[in-house]
Ligand binder design. Sequence first.
Ligand code: F6R
Ligand code: ZN
Length: 186
Amino acid sequence: MTLSTLVPPHVAWQTGALKNGPVIRKTTDIAALAGVFADTKSWQRCEPGQAVYDVDVLQTETCEGALFTGVTHVHPGRVGDEFFMTRGHFHARREQGEVYFGLRGCGLLLLQNERGEARVEIVTAGSVHIIPGYTAHRLINTGGEILSALAVWPTVAGHDYATLSDGFSVRIKTDGTGWRAEASHD
Ligand code: F6R
Ligand code: ZN
């Protein structure tokens, strides 16, 4: 009998570094996040090439039932009072869920349903976040170190950024020592 033995991809739990697999990295810088942060004047003063977050995704075949695995690294930083964060999205296929696992750093996972009701979960090393379908999600780095989280999601899920082009209903800002939530559209 011949049994093939493959070396699988590997994630370093302390850093989120992916190896042993074809990984594609996408970096999102400040300039790409026009309109995402509330304080436009502070956003204009930022260095345009400043990286806000990197996403490493293992290249995977895409079909119904297949899963992507990726790590998001959100850098520490703020635009005005607002912490660095991902753009955030619903899945294009709304019923598709996702799981995030905190790896390092500290932050928040902002979740929002289709009625605009938001909630947050605290992200730390080892935290597990089950994102149901029909739920938009955004990672926010409220700490002084890189926030890294592993995610697994269906390859058919897709991203819908347009629905939230006016932003989430809540913004997370510094209160000096920690964070506070503020309604966006008051
Ligand atoms: C995939 C997923 C993550 C995000 C990543 C970047 O469904 O949720 O891999 O894509 O954290 O965030 P966005 O896509 O909102 O820029
Ligand atoms: Zn997602």
